[in-house]
Design a protein around this ligand. Structure first.
Ligand SMILES: NC(=O)c1ccc[n+]([C@@H]2O[C@H](COP(=O)([O-])OP(=O)(O)OC[C@H]3O[C@@H](n4cnc5c(N)ncnc54)[C@H](O)[C@@H]3O)[C@@H](O)[C@H]2O)c1
Length: 366
C-alpha cells in the first residue's frame, strides 16, 4: 500500500516542471516511474530550499501565514440589549405527504433544549417540534424564550392547519453554569411535561482575546457555560432517565473549533471548551450505554446566527476570509442543523452513540 502510494507520488512529482532539490535523492531510487521522465529544467535550489525546513527562519514569506492568529481582532460577547433576537424558520415545512422513515419521528417525546431562545438552539427546538415532540426551551433570557415558544406553536398551527394536536412548547429560565439553577429548571420541566426524553445543549458563547491577555474571569465564565452547562444538564437528564429506567438520547452542540483552530480570530479557551464538549459526549455515551442512553455531538462550522452576524457586522472583512476556507464556499444556516439533530435524537440513529457529526460545509476535512 505504502510502496505504491509512494511510487504514485514520486511519479507525479517527476512530471512537474521544477523539482525541489531534495528530489535528487529520490531520483536515485530505482523505479519504473522514472523511465521517460521529463528532463529537469534549470533548478533554483536556494530559493526552493527557503520553502523547506532547511531554509533560514523567516526566509519564506508564507511562514506561519495560515496558522497565525491576529491579536488585533477582538470580539467581546455583547450585552443582551445589544443583541438582535433571531426568528424561527418561516413557512418551510408546509402541508406535505412526502414519505420518510417513521423512525425519524419524535412524536410523544419531550425534548429539552438549552439556549433554545435564539440562534441554533431555537431552530433546533423547531426541528424537534415539527417532528412531533413537546419542547421545553431553556434559556437565560426567559422573556425571549416565552416569545419564541409561542411563535413555534403559532407557526406549527399555520403549517399544519388540519392538525388535531399541536405539540406543547414551554419556556424556562436557567443559568446553565449553575448547578442549583440547572436542577431547579429540570424539576420545573418535568413538572410541566411529565418527563424528559431528549436533551440538546446549545447554550454557549464565544469571544476573542489573545491568550495572554484573556481575562481569567471571562475564561471561567466561558468554560462554565459551554462545558459545565453541558455536563450539568446531561447529568440531570440522565439521572431522570435512569430513575424512570427508560432509554433516551442527547445531542451536545460542540463546534468545529473543537477539532481545528479558527483563524484569524484568537479564541483558545473556546476551542478547548468545544473539544471538551465533544469528548464529554463520547465519555458519557460509554458511561450510560448500559442504560440505553445515547449521547452524540454535533459540531457546526460557521453558521449565520445573531452571534456570528454581530462579529461580521463589526469585522466585515472576515466574511470573505471565513468563506474562502470552507470547501462549499458558504456559511451554513441554522436550518442546516434541523435534520442532523432530529436524526441523532430519534430512533433512526439507534446504534449511533459517542459520535461527532460535523455540519461544516467540509471545513474540517481540508
Ligand atoms: N453560530 C455559529 O457559527 C456556531 C458554530 C459552532 C458552534 N456554535 C455553538 O452553537 C451554540 C449556539 O450558538 P448560537 O450561534 O446559536 O448563539 P446565540 O448567542 O445566538 O444563542 C445562544 C443562546 O444561549 C443562551 N445562553 C447563553 N448563556 C447562557 C446561560 N448561561 N444559561 C442559559 N442560556 C444561555 C443565550 O441567551 C442564547 O439564547 C453555542 O454553543 C455555540 O458555541 C455556534
Amino acid at each position: 500500500m505504502f510502496k505504491s502510494s509512494l511510487l504514485r507520488q514520486v511519479s507525479r512529482a517527476s512530471t512537474t516542471a521544477v523539482r525541489p532539490p531534495t528530489f535528487a535523492a529520490a531520483t536515485r531510487v530505482p523505479s519504473r516511474a522514472f523511465r521517460g521522465a521529463i528532463p529537469l529544467r534549470e533548478k533554483k535550489p536556494d530559493k526552493i530550499e527557503d520553502y523547506t525546513t532547511a531554509g533560514e527562519p523567516g526566509a519564506s514569506e508564507n511562514e506561519g501565514r495560515y496558522s497565525r492568529t491576529d491579536d488585533s481582532f477582538r470580539f467581546e460577547h455583547p450585552d443582551e440589549p445589544n443583541y438582535p433576537p433571531s426568528a424561527p424558520v418561516q413557512g418551510r415545512g408546509g402541508f406535505h405527504f412526502r414519505r420518510t422513515l417513521a423512525s425519524f419521528s419524535l412524536e410523544d417525546k419531550v425534548g429539552l433544549v438549552t439556549g433554545g431562545a435564539r440562534g441554533l438552539g431555537l431552530v433546533m427546538s423547531q426541528a424537534l417540534h415539527l417532528s412531533g415532540a413537546d419542547v421545553a426551551i431553556v434559556d437565560l433570557n426567559k422573556e425571549e424564550a416565552e416569545k419564541q415558544a409561542q411563535n413555534l406553536m403559532d407557526e406549527f398551527r399555520k403549517e399544519n392547519p388540519g392538525a388535531e394536536h399541536v405539540p406543547k412548547v414551554t419556556a424556562h429560565y436557567a443559568d446553565v453554569a449553575s448547578p442549583d439553577s440547572v436542577n431547579a429548571c429540570i424539576e420545573e420541566c418535568i413538572r410541566d411535561h411529565g418527563k424528559i426524553d431528549h436533551l440538546v445543549t446549545s447554550a454557549g458563547f464565544t469571544e476573542n482575546f489573545d491568550a495572554i491577555s484573556y481575562p481569567h474571569d471571562r475564561i471561567q465564565k466561558l468554560w462554565g457555560v459551554n462545558v459545565d452547562g453541558t455536563y450539568l444538564f446531561a447529568c440531570g437528564v440522565a439521572r431522570h432517565l435512569l430513575e424512570r429506567q427508560v432509554p433516551g438520547s442527547m445531542v451536545f452542540i460542540g463546534s468545529m473549533s473543537g477539532a481545528i483552530v479558527n483563524v484569524p480570530q484568537p479564541q483558545a479557551p473556546y476551542n478547548a471548551a468545544k473539544a471538551a464538549v465533544r469528548h464529554l459526549a463520547s465519555s458519557l455515551a460509554v458511561e450510560w450505554a448500559h442504560a440505553h442512553i445515547r449521547v452524540n455531538c454535533i459540531s457546526p462550522g460557521y453558521m449565520l446566527t445573531a452571534l456570528t452576524k454581530k462579529i461580521l457586522d463589526d469585522n466585515p472583512e472576515l466574511a470573505d476570509k471565513w468563506t474562502s476556507l470552507i470547501p462549499v464556499g458558504k456559511m451554513g444556516k441554522p436550518e442546516d442543523l434541523m435534520g442532523a439533530v432530529t436524526f441523532l435524537l430519534s430512533e433512526a440513529s439507534g446504534y449511533v452513540t459517542g459520535a461527532e457529526l460535523r455540519v461544516d460545509g467540509g471545513y474540517t476535512v481540508t
